[in-house]
Design a protein around this ligand. Structure first.
Ligand code: FPP
Length: 261
């Protein structure tokens, strides 16, 4: 029934996915997954299409992976949709990217409501174009009472900026006499970050063969398991996503301790 709701019909594709969902759900599922969605431009180039066609296909893929993550019981996914460095791209490409939240949320919101998914955002909202801010704010408002998975978009997000802002807030508290220097702890740095309401990611996925973090969640990824793939983001389907989860389930997370602890 749920499967029909998610994938539309009980065909072979849905049955295969359902089998993998059952298998994965028998073991520990990462609670929070962070994804660097890379390779849209190369996907388009391979097809002699403009770069923005790759972004559009990438946006459609967000829907697919959101449903898949929700189906296996992930609690939160954070998607790197636009970094503080992405403003350096050609104006037309930036404008196109800034329209994607409206298009995505405009068509997917009813299903997000049905799936009880809550939209959140990290990044500096106030410099985004008004239409982008309105789309994101409207989706956050409409989904705010949903209690299921969090779909968290990193938009105009940069980890170093996030850390600078956190340091500034902590310094102000000290200056105002509300905090002692000796009381600065990992815990209160964590709670000043934009991700204060989320646990640290258990798994980071980056597509397209690039092996770097690109200023993404540097503090939060301290003990995260990393999974890299050559697959370009628009081609990263449910099966590739479930492969990442299966690999994660085989890993032995030690957090600096000893094997088996
Ligand atoms: C990196 O690929 C991708 C981006 C900068 C944009 C990612 C955005 C999406 C996938 C859509 C987001 C959807 C919503 C709903 C906001 P690239 O263009 O750098 O690829 P390349 O390295 O192949 O050029």
């Amino acid at each position: 029934m749920l499967n029909k709701l998610i994938w539309g019909k009980s065909d072979k594709h849905s049955q295969d996915l359902q089998e993998r969902i059952s298998e994965i759900s028998n073991e520990e599922v990462p609670a929070h997954i962070a994804i660097i969605m890379d390779g849209n431009g190369r996907w388009a180039k391979k097809r002699a299409l403009p770069r923005v066609a790759g972004h559009h296909e990438g946006m459609k893929n967000v829907r697919k992976i959101t449903r898949a993550a929700n189906a296996i019981g992930v609690k939160a996914i954070t998607l790197y949709a636009f970094s503080t460095e992405n403003w350096k791209r050609p104006r037309k490409e930036v404008e196109f990217l800034m329209r994607l939240p409206e298009e995505f949320l405009g068509s997917f919101l009813p299903e997000l409501m049905e799936l009880n998914i809550r939209i959140e955002m990290i990044g500096e909202m106030d410099v985004l174009p008004d239409h982008t801010q309105r789309a994101v704010q409207n989706a956050m408002e409409q989904t705010k009472d949903n209690t299921g998975m969090v779909l968290n978009f990193a938009l105009n997000y940069g980890s170093r900026t996030e850390l600078v802002l956190a340091m500034q807030r902590i310094a102000k508290k000290i200056k105002d006499g509300d905090l002692e220097v000796s009381d600065i702890t990992e815990h209160n740095i964590t709670s000043e970050l934009m991700t204060a309401n989320l646990p640290d990611p258990d798994l980071l996925i980056r597509t397209s063969g690039e092996i770097r973090l690109s200023n993404f969640m540097l503090w939060q990824l301290a003990y995260t398991e990393f999974w890299f793939t050559e697959i370009l983001w628009p081609d990263f389907d449910e099966h590739a996503f479930f492969d990442a989860i299966k690999d994660y389930q085989k890993r032995n997370r030690r957090y600096g301790g000893l094997k088996g602890e």
